[in-house]
Design a protein around this ligand. Structure first.
Ligand SMILES: O=P(O)(O)OP(=O)(O)OP(=O)(O)OC[C@H]1O[C@@H](n2cnc3c(O)ncnc32)[C@H](O)[C@@H]1O
Ligand SMILES: [Mg+2]
Length: 199
């Protein structure tokens, strides 16, 4: 049995404004007072894990310890079949110190030249951690294809080059509510809610 979140204040342990916005959207229907790691001036921990789950755990634990509150982290990324899963856990790092996703998306396109498999997945590991060190982790994916050139300005990160399976537009072109109905983050969140939130 997963430990339940009892309600009240919850730290959203991410320094990515796009993610914080999406997580706040997903939390809205629940009795949760979300505060972001940025609001609390929490440091951005170094992501030394070798899996999404490990990095999610280290980010949530760091925020829960530093704040004394339960903390929810998200470690996510794009995994391209033709690139053996890259950029994967390095998705943020491909954008460089300036967090320029124009550069990161171009690199995906350049490395895919000559490969004819466009399939890719977005992956999201969510971790809910408590100040006593207890953690719950949920990981989900969404399948799609890489689409070039980048289109749409509604999302963040790699959204303009990811077209989810069965759809004709990219996540960058999609309304947030529609992305929340199918994304890796929304799917992992559904698991989190089923297991850790009071009904
Ligand atoms: O670690 P935090 O502070 O949460 O913020 P971050 O941006 O560094 O986040 P990650 O370490 O999890 O890196 C994942 C990168 O993958 C990209 N990514 C993850 N989910 C995405 C989504 O739904 N749409 C587009 N890009 C996404 C995004 O650009 C992230 O920067
Ligand atoms: Mg990060």
């Amino acid at each position: 049995m997963a430990r339940k979140f009892e309600g009240g204040r919850l730290v959203v342990a991410s320094h990515n404004p796009g993610k914080v916005r999406e997580i706040n959207d997903l939390l809205r229907p629940f009795r949760v007072e979300a505060v972001s790691a940025g609001d609390l001036n929490l440091p951005e921990p170094e992501e030394t894990g070798v899996t999404f789950a490990e990095n999610a755990i280290l980010k949530a634990k760091a925020a829960a310890e530093a704040s004394g509150l339960p903390a929810l982290s998200d470690d996510s990324g794009l995994s391209v079949n033709a690139l053996d899963g890259a950029p994967g856990i390095y998705s943020a790092r491909w954008a460089g110190p300036g967090k320029d996703f124009g550069i990161a998306m171009k690199r995906v396109n350049t490395e895919m030249v000559g490969k004819d498999d466009p399939r890719a997945q977005f992956i999201c590991a969510l971790c809910l951690a408590w100040p006593d060190g207890h953690v719950e982790v949920f990981e989900r994916t969404v399948d799609g294809v890489i689409s070039w050139p980048p289109t749409g300005t509604k999302g963040f990160g790699y959204d303009p080059i990811f077209r989810p399976e069965g759809h004709t537009i990219t996540f960058g072109e999609m309304e947030p509510e529609k992305k929340h109905a199918m994304s890796h983050r929304a799917r992992a969140f559904e698991q989190l809610v089923d297991n850790c939130f009071q009904k």
